[in-house]
Structures are given as structure tokens and as C-alpha cells.
Design a protein around this ligand. Structure first.
Ligand code: Q46
Ligand code: ZN
Ligand code: ZN
Length: 306
């Protein structure tokens, strides 16, 4: 197996593209493809300030590294969820993220959820659980809310998240099996800003998980290998398994599935994200001023006020 560019010994084969690369040319390819995705969807420019959601995992640290290398103004936001029961998931991932930022002289904001709101995510989940054993819905709500709030408060031009092709294909699979038309109209690599919501981009939408992992390893990026203990048995992981089976039988399946969806979205197969965003009623939370669909407090303020 030889590198397509230089003929040296290849370290990775990208089966769906039918190409192999040596270490240096693979790293270069990842950067080039990221830049192309940014340009293709007019995601952001080098004059804009980006807030990157970082978790200490391979995807978000690789994204932050590439944006930094490409010369984008990217700051990081790490939310310390306080999930440390089975392993030291939050403590370890916070330390790794902090080291990553320090080594590169990058600006990182760390929000300690328990320090700010009195409870960590497992405690919020235990208090409000309605038949659920996992705190994932509270966790998702807190992450979405704080990421958006920090982006708006910090006057960032946009939020960048490291969702990769495996994530997007698994979301799409779930949205199609449930025919969630609202989500099917919004699963685009770029979401425009709407009242009270920052612009969001997913520059890694076209990369397989194994490519972002290879990038992190070959670049010598230290990342957290353990998963959040609550992700075990999740529907998202189950859907990823199904899609991996399809991919094994048919290399390139996930690319075809997600890029085909993007074409269908463009052709008007689903209500466009702009329309669904405009349909949101513009009520404001009495406490934090963020948009909400209910009267009085938003769901985040109701969660943390109890
Ligand atoms: S939602 Fe659930 Fe994740 Fe939060 S509690 Fe862990 S598994 S981190 S993506
Ligand atoms: Zn090469
Ligand atoms: Zn609120």
C-alpha cells in the first residue's frame, strides 16, 4: 500500500475514496478537506471569531487543531458535566482539554456546571428523572443552552461542532425512521443564526470517525479514550452499529446516505431549516431572556431553578 501523492509507504487506506496516504499527506488531506467544506458551505471566514465546542474527545480536539492550523480564530468551550462515577470521565477530559489549549496557546473557557448551578449532570438527572435511568435529556438541554449562551454573550460569530459523518448518518437514520420532519429540515452542515440562536457549523460532516481518530493519533493529540458511561446502550450507538454493518458490506454507504440526503434537502424534499426556524414563536424567558416556546421560564431555567 503506497501513498497516492508521494509513493512512500502508506499508513492509511480510505476505502470509500480508494486512496492511501502516508502520514504527512493524510494530515494534509484532512486539513484540505476541512477547508473545502468551510468554503463550500460558506461556513465562516478568517475574520470571524469561532467558538468550538470541545469535549476532550478525538473529534473536537482534531477540529480545534485543524482550525488553528488553518489560521482561523477559534476559541474553545469545555463544559464540565461532573460525570465521574464509573471512571473519571469529566475530570480526565477537562485535564486533557486544558493541556491541549495550553500547548497551543489557545483560549479555552471551562464552565463547571456544579460550581455554577449547584448540581452536576447526574444529580440533575436523578432529581428530575421521570422513569429514565440516564441523565442524557438534561445533559443535552444544558449543553445546547450553555453553548448558545456563551457564544452570544462572548459575541462570537459562530459555533463550530465536530460532528462527523458517523454522527450525522446515525442522526439521519433515527430521524428517517421516526419521520421527524422538523429535524429532517435542519440537519445541514451550516445552520444560520436566528433570533436568540448563534450560527452553527459542522466542518467535519464528511469525515468518517476512523479518519478523525487517525488524524488525532498521527498528529500526536492526546484525547480521552473512554466514553461517557451513560452512552452505553444508547440509540445513537445502536444506529451507528447498524450503519457500520452497511458500510462493511458497501464501502461508502454512509457518504452516499448523508450526501444523498443533502441533495434531497436542497431539492426541497423536506421543509427548509430557515422556514422551521422562522416558525418558532418568539417568546422570551422571564429569567434569562433566551427564546423559549413556553410562557414564563425556559426549560433550562426551570431545570436549574429547582
Ligand atoms: S448526553 Fe448522555 Fe452524552 Fe451527556 S450524559 Fe453522557 S451520554 S455526555 S453525548
Ligand atoms: Zn505521501
Ligand atoms: Zn431561561
Amino acid at each position: 500500500m503506497k501513498c497516492k501523492k508521494c509513493g512512500q509507504k502508506a499508513v492509511i487506506n480510505l476505502q470509500h475514496h480508494n486512496i492511501s496516504f502516508c502520514k504527512d499527506h493524510f494530515l494534509e488531506w484532512m486539513q484540505l478537506q476541512t477547508e473545502r467544506a468551510i468554503q463550500k458551505f460558506h461556513m465562516f471566514s478568517k475574520q470571524e471569531r469561532l467558538l468550538v465546542a470541545v469535549s476532550g474527545g478525538k473529534d473536537s480536539l482534531s477540529l480545534w487543531d485543524i482550525l488553528w492550523q488553518l489560521g482561523y480564530q477559534a476559541d474553545g468551550l469545555y463544559l464540565d458535566l461532573g460525570i465521574n462515577e464509573d471512571n473519571n470521565y469529566s475530570t480526565d477530559s477537562a485535564a486533557i482539554t486544558r493541556r491541549f489549549a495550553e500547548q497551543r496557546g489557545l483560549h479555552l473557557t471551562i464552565i463547571d456546571i456544579k460550581g455554577q448551578y449547584g448540581e452536576n449532570i447526574p444529580e440533575m438527572g436523578a432529581r428530575t428523572k421521570r422513569g429514565h435511568t440516564k441523565p442524557c435529556s438534561q445533559c443535552g438541554l444544558v449543553k445546547r443552552y450553555l453553548l448558545n449562551k456563551l457564544a452570544l454573550d462572548g459575541k462570537y460569530d459562530m459555533i463550530a461542532t465536530a460532528h462527523n459523518l458517523d454522527d450525522e448518518a446515525a442522526f439521519l437514520f433515527a430521524n428517517i425512521t421516526h419521520w421527524s420532519m422538523d429535524y429532517l429540515g435542519r440537519q445541514y452542515p451550516l445552520l444560520p443564526a436566528t433570533t436568540g440562536f448563534a450560527r452553527k457549523a459542522k466542518p467535519f460532516y464528511q469525515f468518517y470517525e476512523r479518519e478523525t481518530a487517525a488524524y488525532a493519533i498521527l498528529r500526536g493529540i492526546e484525547y480521552i479514550y473512554t466514553e461517557c458511561p451513560y452512552s452505553d446502550g444508547s440509540k445513537q450507538l445502536r444506529n451507528k452499529r447498524y450503519l457500520n454493518m452497511m458500510e462493511d458490506e458497501q464501502p461508502g454507504f454512509k457518504t452516499q446516505f448523508y450526501l444523498g440526503y443533502l441533495r434531497a434537502l436542497k431539492a426541497g424534499a423536506f421543509p427548509q431549516h430557515q422556514e422551521t426556524a422562522q416558525n418558532l414563536e418568539e417568546k422570551r424567558c422571564e429569567q434569562c431572556g433566551q427564546p423559549t416556546q413556553s410562557n414564563g421560564l425556559c426549560t433550562f431555567c426551570r431545570l436549574v431553578n429547582n
